[in-house]
Design a protein around this ligand. Sequence first.
Ligand SMILES: [Zn+2]
Length: 189
Amino acid sequence: MNHHDMRQFDLIKFARAHAHQDVPLTGKLLLAELPRLFAENAEDAPDTPPILWSLQNTHHPRIGEHSRRLCVALQLEAHIWLTCQRCLQPYLHTLSLNNTFELMKTEAEAEAAPIEEDDVDPIVGSHQFDLLGLIEEELLLALPLVPRHEVCAHPALATLPISSLPTEEAGRPSPFAQLAILQTKKGAQ
Ligand SMILES: [Zn+2]
């Protein structure tokens, strides 16, 4: 599916027509095709694998298959180079999502939808739905607030999980203080 079709996707038709099919609609995107997400990619980073997306109709997880409520599941697998906030080195971060959306008729209806257990997000269904926009939005929302390696390879912070770094409460320098020292060292090189 090209970008134009993804920007004007008939989501209502899809959700209805695929009501009893198990075959998802799938596609690939380059990170650079999602400009707001690409803006978060570390500068001068190598290429990332393509973003994989898959859209499938699904049952409302709490109401079940006999409901007339239209739901779709969006699965995303994306990679982006982020800068580790502990060692300041870029690393390839994996975003893996599987979100369920319920199609609402209007914006007002979507806003009034009760926020239940957060397992279904209301969206306004449309015959010209911006599927590309939804994919980008979901990936942006999934970005970590504080990107970091699970284990940094930086020698000064080698293999210390974040929880074991000294804290201010213990009367020792905070991780942020350590980071500042590292930044200073880096700057001095
Ligand atoms: Zn790191």
